[in-house]
Ligand binder design. Structure first.
Ligand code: NAP
Ligand code: ZN
Ligand code: ZN
Length: 393
């Protein structure tokens, strides 16, 4: 661990900027590149529709595009927040899903780094401006002009069509935003690495966690369980804070060195001044002050959960007394996501998953909200229906 402000690690080669001629206005797309492919999908048509079968039109691959036949897509709590309109106005119909694993079906004429049959992944990003300071540093998630998320975002290079995610049988993505999935891992269990994995890897790496550091993980869901596995693989001593009595034993099985029931004030007090960095993954507002008390001098708490309403106030004294940092962190850039996939392959880290069919998606969302999942649902896209003849999206 580096005391004080952590130094960001090198993130590999940044993406090359492209020139404006790459921006193709919508009406010319079909004429220039051919007829879109129809893909079966599941998505929301309004904030309270639940998920229903839909058909999505996927653009014919442009020069730099990769067409992917999706095999698996993880279910992230962000998908619940977004489809249910918990983060504000949303564009519907909306097909969620940003933990995508599949095989390359077709590539555009300028793609020479991927070939049909390759095992690949797509995470939370499908584009960015590629030329601002953040993008040039490989931090596309913090693109100064706004990143293009895998679903629900207008895609400026593709006629401002709203992006549609991975609860679908195929997707078309620019090669710069396609990840190489190492062979030899269970591809269904790799899918959650594309969001839950990178979102927890990135702040752990940013804080420069190393052998012997003490990492706290708050909330043992999709993100939380990946934080435990990745922090252990980095050599850390891991302390899990959970609200669920039922997860105490399970957390130990996952590799946690210590488990604290956060609703037990005595247990919380016992952890005071013992932790270097906390990864907070809770999907609902909660009081952070008891967690700040568990941090040592120069410790940091990374807020990853994004509840729809504000958190209770943070006591300034809690931060000041031990020079603590209260930080946020958003997913990870493309180079860092590839680094994380390679790290997980090297350490044999994948997600603990429960497969679901398309028809089980709504029930899976309810179970996720109730905290009843160990630890990530993954959609088997073979269970999606065949697309209808006309696209809904
Ligand atoms: P998840 O699987 O549902 O896990 C959240 C965990 O939080 C639960 O399992 C539960 O763990 C704990 N929790 C405690 N009180 C809760 C409450 N009242 N309601 C819900 N959960 C509660 O969710 P996830 O997919 O890991 O995502 C977690 C949060 O991170 C979401 O808000 C999501 O939108 C956000 N997210 C952020 C980023 C980013 O880039 N920053 C990326 C992806 C997701 P215990 O039972 O152990 O207490
Ligand atoms: Zn996610
Ligand atoms: Zn940018």
């Amino acid at each position: 661990m580096t005391p004080g402000r952590p130094v960001p690690p090198p993130l590999g080669k940044p993406l090359l900027p492209i020139d404006e001629t790459d921006v193709v206005p919508s009406p010319t797309l079909a004429a220039a590149y051919g007829t879109p492919t129809l893909a079966a999908a599941y998505g929301a048509t309004s904030a309270d529709s639940g998920l229903v079968p839909l058909t999505v039109a996927r653009r014919a691959p442009k020069e730099d595009d990769v067409e992917i036949e999706i095999d698996f897509c993880g279910l992230c709590h962000s998908d619940v927040h977004a489809t249910r309109g918990e983060w504000g106005a949303q564009s519907y119909p909306l097909v969620p899903g940003h933990e995508i694993v599949g095989r390359v079906r077709k590539v555009g004429s300028a793609v020479d780094d991927f070939a049909p049959g390759d095992l690949v992944g797509v995470g939370c990003l499908v584009d960015s401006c590629r030329e601002c300071g953040s993008c040039l540093e490989g931090l596309e998630q913090y693109c100064e002009r706004g990143n293009v998320g895998t679903y629900g975002v207008k895609d400026g290079r593709n006629g401002d069509a709203v992006t549609q995610g991975g609860y679908s049988t195929s997707v078309v993505v620019d090669r710069r935003f396609v990840l190489r999935v190492p062979e030899g891992l269970d591809p269904a269990a790799v899918a959650p690495l594309l969001c839950a994995g990178i979102t927890t890897y990135s702040p752990l790496r940013y804080f420069d966690v190393e052998e012997g550091d003490v990492v706290g993980v708050v909330g043992l869901g999709g993100l939380g369980h990946m934080a435990v596995k990745i922090a252990k693989a980095m050599g850390a001593h891991v302390v899990v804070f959970t609200t669920s009595d039922a997860k105490i034993e399970a957390a130990t099985e996952l590799g946690a060195d210590q488990v604290i029931l956060s609703k037990d004030p005595e247990a919380m007090e016992g952890a005071n001044r013992t932790i270097d960095v906390i990864i907070d993954t809770v999907a609902a507002p909660h009081d952070l002050n008891p967690y700040f008390r568990t941090l040592r001098l120069d410790g940091a708490l990374f807020q990853l959960g994004l509840p729809s309403t504000d958190m209770p106030p943070v006591s300034p004294g809690a931060l000041i007394r031990r020079r603590l940092a209260y930080a946020g962190s958003l997913i990870g850039g493309i180079a860092e996501t590839q680094e994380m996939l390679d790290f997980c392959a090297e350490h044999g880290v994948v997600s603990d998953i429960e497969m679901v069919t398309a028809r089980q998606l709504n029930a899976a969302y309810d179970r996720m909200v109730a905290g009843d999942v160990k630890y990530r649902f993954v959609l088997d896209t073979k269970t999606l229906q065949t697309p209808s003849e006309k696209a809904d999206v």
